[in-house]
Design a protein around this ligand. Structure first.
Ligand code: AMP
Ligand code: GLY
Length: 441
């Protein structure tokens, strides 16, 4: 055994108190999900010296190059649990909110399986807008003032009495369609009728909140109870076309190194928003044990919360995790088991990533177009919606892939990413040419 303990690479990476025999066996990890976000998680795990085998359910074509894809849905809790038991998975890492919302973490813990992600109760911070608003109001976390309604007439009377635009949020998971910024009474009437009369998304209430202005950004943190490990800040680009025009999408690109956020802003957001919220969840008996994603806005009145998510963001994860120098397995495992992790170390560079999407996305689009040249890219290519058919990579989703470059400045990362993207050939893809435009205005 002495020979093993003396291995210098291991000895350097391990706290002496942590030297246990089990730490020297390669770990088996199961990642739940199959988008660009999960590709970035699998990519980070594949850099861990502790990790041996990685499974991903359901995974995608790019993930399949680093991990073994498992044909199970992300919400198939029983199937995933049986798989983890059968394959002696040491740690499961959950990407999508849908899996958290159906209670995958609770089910795994009950079965004695180690898992990174929030309990169903803690996921309410994302799945219920009203829960999040009540929590923020109670603990003094800065956010837009609001009222909530379950009655259509009352909601309409309130909205009619206030200035437009009106911000209307369905109180439940609504596949990204539950927020309407109504410009006038006609739009508000239709949205409220959809949500409270026709129950398009379900039986939930509606939160009506003040309209805020300012640049938005994403603050992702690993959270274990009241321990909050911050990741670099990033900004998503939600609209389909250049100049922030066109319909809302799942995200067309992202970057780190935000020029409009000062260190003072970051400290404020960390202490007054992320740490305060983590402590509030502990006080409410719903401790967090995964990623807390603050969707924040720098308003003229200071930084405020637009929304919380209970998971890694997509496409933010694809630009944030490549900067992680520390071993992500240690972080995931520490949060999953409730022990203090060493402070994560991040490279000082910035990253910039551009999403290549199928023409027509976020509306209807065709699939099955051949993609070539992606293997010539000098940088990272995260797959979002791709598949291999007879060895040929082809499009298989709305957002297809994301190319990420790293550099000392945003300008350099941006120049590099667009040069690399031109190496990719496909007849049915489009992308935005202005990711990180904020940094150049
Ligand atoms: P959410 O799902 O809560 O993040 O809302 C989706 C998008 O709607 C946000 O990214 C913002 O661009 C916008 N939004 C949400 N709430 C507000 C608000 N109170 N004021 C202005 N814009 C908002
Ligand atoms: N980037 C938006 C999200 O992950 O919800």
């Amino acid at each position: 055994m002495d020979a093993v303990f003396c291995k210098p690479s291991m000895a350097n990476k391990t706290d002496p108190k942590e030297i246990r025999l089990e730490n020297f066996f390669p770990k088996t990890v199961l990642v739940v999900g199959g988008g660009g976000r999960e590709h970035a998680i699998v990519d980070a795990l594949s850099r861990s010296p502790q990790v041996g085998k990685i499974y991903c359910a359901p995974g995608n074509a790019g993930i399949g190059l680093l991990a073994e894809n498992v044909p199970l849905k992300d919400t198939d809790v029983e199937g995933l649990k049986a798989f983890a038991e059968e394959h002696q998975v040491d740690l499961t890492v959950v990407g999508p909110e849908a899996a958290l919302a159906v209670g995958i973490v609770d089910a795994f813990r009950e079965a004695g399986l180690r898992i990174f992600g929030h309990t169903k109760a803690a996921t309410a911070i994302e799945s219920s807008k009203e829960f999040a608003k009540v929590l923020m109001e109670k603990y003094g976390v800065p956010t837009a003032a609001y009222r909530s309604f379950d009655n259509y007439e009352e909601a309409l009377a309130y909205v009619s009495s206030r200035p437009f635009p009106a911000v209307l949020k369905y109180d439940g998971l609504a596949a990204g369609k539950g927020v309407v910024i109504a410009q006038d009474l006609a739009e508000a009437t239709k949205a409220l009728a959809d949500m409270l009369q026709d129950h398009t998304f379900g039986q939930g209430r509606v939160v009506v909140e003040d309209f805020l202005t300012g640049p938005e950004f994403s603050f992702l943190c690993f959270v274990d109870g009241s321990r909050v490990y911050p990741m670099p800040l990033s900004q998503d680009h939600k609209r389909a076309f250049d100049g922030d025009k066109g319909p809302n999408t799942g995200g067309m690109g992202a970057y780190t190194g935000l020029p409009f956020i000062t260190e003072e802003d970051r400290q404020f957001a960390y202490q007054e928003i992320m740490c305060k919220t983590a402590a509030a969840m502990v006080a409410e008996g719903k401790p967090l044990s995964g990623v807390l994603y603050g969707g924040l806005m720098k308003t003229p009145q200071g930084i405020k919360v637009i929304e919380f998510n209970a998971r890694f963001g997509d496409p933010e994860t694809e630009v944030v995790l490549p900067l992680l120098e520390s071993d992500i397995y240690t972080l995931f495992d520490s949060v999953a088991t409730g022990v203090q992790a060493p402070d994560p170390i991040w490279r000082r560079n910035v990253t910039l990533g551009v999403v290549l999407a199928s023409k027509g996305y976020p509306g209807s689009y065709q699939k099955g177009f051949a993609i070539t040249g992606y293997d010539q890219v000098d940088g990272t290519v995260f797959h979002m919606g791709t598949k291999f058919r007879d060895g040929q990579l082809e499009t298989a989703g709305g957002r297809v892939m994301m190319v990420v470059s790293e550099g000392p400045t945003i300008a350099e990362a941006r120049e590099k990413v667009y040069a690399e993207i031109r190496k990719i050939q496909c007849d049915n893809l489009f992308y935005r040419n202005d990711i990180a435009h904020c940094a150049f205005e």
